[in-house]
Each structure stands twice: as C-alpha cells, then as structure tokens.
Design a protein around this ligand. Structure first.
Ligand SMILES: [Zn+2]
Ligand SMILES: [Zn+2]
Ligand SMILES: [Zn+2]
Length: 480
C-alpha cells in the first residue's frame, strides 16, 4: 500500500505521472503540453479540472477519439469545481478530493480494464455501426444501460446524449438523433418518449427565435389592442376609440354613453392587431421561427419535429458490446460508375465460365479497403460521404481499363476486376492505385493519413465465385 507522502514525492519527481501499485496515472492539466496521442500508455488519467474549459476540451479529445485505448481510458478529476456542464459531468469516472483517494480509485481502474478485455474487437463496416459500437463499448465498461437525454445549452438542439454526443461537434448534434434512429431500427435500443423539439428544416439547428408577424408583410412590428363590444348600441371597435385624453374612463364613440362594468354593459370579445410596417389590421397573426444558426425564417408548420427519447438497451443491444453485432442495413446508395456487388458476382461467374472454355483468358479480382474511412466520414459528415465515394471511384476508373467493373461495399471496401493480364501485372496496378488514392486523400484532408489495404487474386475456374470473393476479403482483415 502506498502512503500519501510517497505519492506526493512521486508526483513531484515525475511531474506528469503518478505510480500507484502496478498502475501508472497520467496527469493532464491546462499548464501541461497536451497531446492526446501521448496518453495511450497510461492505465488511467487524472485531469486537473480547475479550468472547466480545459477540462471540457480534454474530455472531448479523449472520449471523442476513435482509438479504444483512449476513449475507454478511466478519467478522474482533481481540483474539480462544480460547474453545470453535462459533458464533463457525464464522462468522467470519478472525482478525487486528494491523491490519497487513489486506493479506492485503483480498484475501479482494474474493474474497467477487466471489462474492456471482454469487448468484441471486430470493427463494424458501416459508419453508424462503428459510432454506435464505440458508444456501446464505453457504456459496457461503465455498466451504463440507458441513454438519457440531458438539457444542454452547448448542443444546437438543446439536448445531448453525452456518451454519443461527444463524438460530434455541437453543430452536428442532429446526427446524434440519426444514429439513435438507426440503432432503434437495428433493434439495439428501444425508445421511451421524453420530449419533443422543433428544428430548422434547413440546418437542423434548434436555436429558433419565434415571433408573431403580420400575415401581409411578415413584419414583427405589431401592436395589438382589445376589441370592445358596447351592448346597448351593439358597436364593436378597438379600445383606443373608446378612450379619451383626460381620464381613464371609456365612452362609446357611436352613442357617446359612458361604459360602466365589463360583463354588464360591454365586453372584450377579442383582440385586433395592427401592423406598424404596412398599417394593415387583422385578427390572426402568423408565427415564424428564425434560425439563429443559418438565419432561415420559417413558418412554424414547416419546422422539423423530432422526438427526444430516453433509450434503453434491448437484449441484442445489451450483448452487442461483447458479442458484436451484424448490421442489417448495408450501404445501398448507388455510386455513379459502380455496379452492385451482386451484379459483380454474376458477371464474375460468367467470366469464369469463359475462362473454362477459352485458353489464355485471365481475370483478376482485387479488393481495396480504406481502413480509417470512418474517421474521414466522421470529419466531413455523413452527407459528404457519397460525393467522396464518387470521387474515389473516379480515380479507380482512371487507373483500370474501361471494360473493368467497380463495386463498393459498406462505403469503405472497393471491389474491382482486372481483365486480360497476369496476376503480378494486376497487383502492380493495384499498388499504384493504392498510392494514388492515399495521395488524393492525404492532400485533400489536412492531417489525415489514409490507411489502405489491398488484396488481389486471379479468378480460378471451378471454385464458386462467392467463395473466392469471401477468401479475398478475409485475407484483408486477417492480420490485423
Ligand atoms: Zn354605444
Ligand atoms: Zn404588415
Ligand atoms: Zn437553420
């Protein structure tokens, strides 16, 4: 058992780390150089939380990272001041009041580590599944079972689900709802109504300014006043016509009688609105909502209504962190210049029949897998995925010959045929293509380093195409 003095001495000696038993804690603070990748080696992290802005940034960088070695890292806060911040409050693993609490905390660190060894390591192939699996992993190691929406001024929709939202920028919060919709469709979670929000139909922003406006010119410069109905003479008019400049009594402009008691000789059946901009009078105003993010002014009936739910895991969802899950919704979006994988299988089948009959024909099949496409799609948003894939397919077509086919699977795996050449020639072409794609991606996306794997085989007559394709892609994931 370590003593407090020992810990203090070690803290002073090493400055950026504390050794406690077999565990090494990394210290993170605003005054230290903070490079998130350097934190991988520690068993747990202690953030000096005296500066809430820094704490928020550090937690975002760690929990929002795609590497499990980082986003699953136990995080404890020291010098913590209570501020209202859902992200900080939901994503740390404990508060240290002093370093002598490490004894308690170290058990928790061990527990989380043990749980993390049970996680399914397989990386799902589509974007939504990858994001969701990541969140499942985090929640499993923390024993959390519910996605609770929290009121959050830092979210553009007013709510956040911290475990999920930390993977998105604040203006991308509506994407969090899309991921939850996806997970619900996959049968991983089930919803429980919590609240309804209205979002901008242009940018999905939730900061809207609601105004009553003139139905004719849409100005919000309006004045409303009561309508007065005088019973004895049946006159109805705006209250200003009943007023006089001297006292507060009301008298009828038609019959000149003084009004006495509301409900007895007169009443106020309604209000009348007048536009100070176009001078028109009207009974009903329009309600418009101006988006504070994109400035679009929308009639309220056209706002997008979204349900904010509390989500619990289904049985499938509860076991998915450990057992993994198979996503049923493959990416079926058609990319220009590609054929569906099914079609490619059929075509390869015919190619194989020809190989059997005609000597000297050769067909190669190649698969190319952009391992960290997830990172890129995440950075650009799901909407940019299709244009990006189209661009990549263009580059592939520039490299292979016009009679060859390309097929895209799950948005990050490309299959292509390379006809009438030897396997080594095909391999050379694919190598060149790999380089070309890497250069294009690295050049266009600052700081991104594309990680691409390829595998090429010559089609063998007599073996079913499906088996050959399976072997082809298996080899791709094998030595990870
Ligand atoms: Zn009257
Ligand atoms: Zn008007
Ligand atoms: Zn907007």
């Amino acid at each position: 058992m370590e003593t407090i003095t020992n810990i203090q001495q070690q803290k002073e000696a090493h400055n950026d780390r504390i050794v406690f038993g077999h565990q090494v804690y990394g210290l993170v603070g605003a005054q230290m150089a903070f490079r998130v990748e350097l934190l991988v080696g520690f068993d747990a992290l202690i953030i000096d939380a005296s500066d809430p802005d820094f704490t928020r940034l550090a937690i975002r960088k760690i929990r929002g990272h795609y590497n499990p070695e980082l986003y699953l890292k136990p995080i404890f806060l020291i010098n913590h001041r209570q501020v209202r911040d859902t992200l900080i409050d939901s994503l740390h693993d404990g508060i240290l009041f002093s370093y002598d609490h490490l004894a308690e905390v170290s058990k928790k660190v061990d527990e989380m580590f043990m749980l993390s060894t049970q996680l399914d390591q397989h990386l799902p192939t589509n974007y939504e599944a990858q994001v969701f699996k990541k969140v499942l992993n985090f929640m499993f190691t923390r024993g959390r079972k519910v996605f609770t929406p929290l009121l959050d001024v830092n979210s553009v929709i007013g709510y956040s689900y911290p475990e999920l939202s930390v993977n998105f920028e604040r203006q991308e919060e509506a994407q969090v709802l899309d991921i939850l919709d996806w997970a619900e469709k996959e049968g991983l979670i089930w919803p429980d109504f919590h609240e309804r929000v209205y979002l901008c139909n242009n940018c999905s922003g939730g900061y809207l300014s609601y105004r009553e406006v003139c139905p004719h010119c849409h100005s919000s410069n309006l004045a409303s006043q009561d309508l007065v109905h005088h019973f004895p003479c049946a006159f109805i008019g705006p209250i200003s016509e009943f007023k006089n400049p001297v006292d507060s009594t009301l008298s009828c402009p038609k019959c000149n009688k003084q009004l006495r008691h509301i409900g007895v000789d007169y009443d106020k059946p309604s209000v009348i609105n007048k536009c100070n901009n176009c001078s028109s009078s009207f009974q009903d105003m329009f309600v418009k909502a101006k988006c504070m993010s994109c400035e679009q002014d929308t009639d309220v009936q056209y706002l997008v209504s979204r349900q904010i739910n509390t989500y619990r895991f289904t049985k499938k969802g509860r076991t998915a962190a450990v057992n993994g899950f198979f996503s049923s919704s493959a990416d079926t979006e058609d990319i220009f210049g590609t054929v569906p994988l099914e079609t490619m299988r059929v075509m390869l089948h015919y190619a194989m029949e020809r190989l059997k009959r005609i000597d000297g024909l050769r067909t190669n099949v190649s698969v190319l897998y952009i391992e960290n496409m997830y990172e890129l799609v995440h950075r650009m948003g799901t909407r940019s995925k299709k244009p990006l894939l189209t661009e990549l397919v263009n580059i592939i077509h520039e490299t292979i010959s016009p009679q060859d086919f390309v097929s895209v699977e799950t948005g990050m795996v490309f299959y292509m045929t390379l006809n009438d050449m030897s396997l080594s020639q095909a391999e050379k072409i694919v190598q060149g293509l790999d380089l070309k794609l890497e250069q294009a991606l690295n050049k266009n996306f600052n700081g991104f380093k594309a990680s691409i794997r390829t595998n090429t085989v010559a089609l063998e007559p007599g073996i079913p195409v499906a088996d050959q394709l399976q072997k082809l892609s298996q080899a791709l994931y094998a030595d990870r």
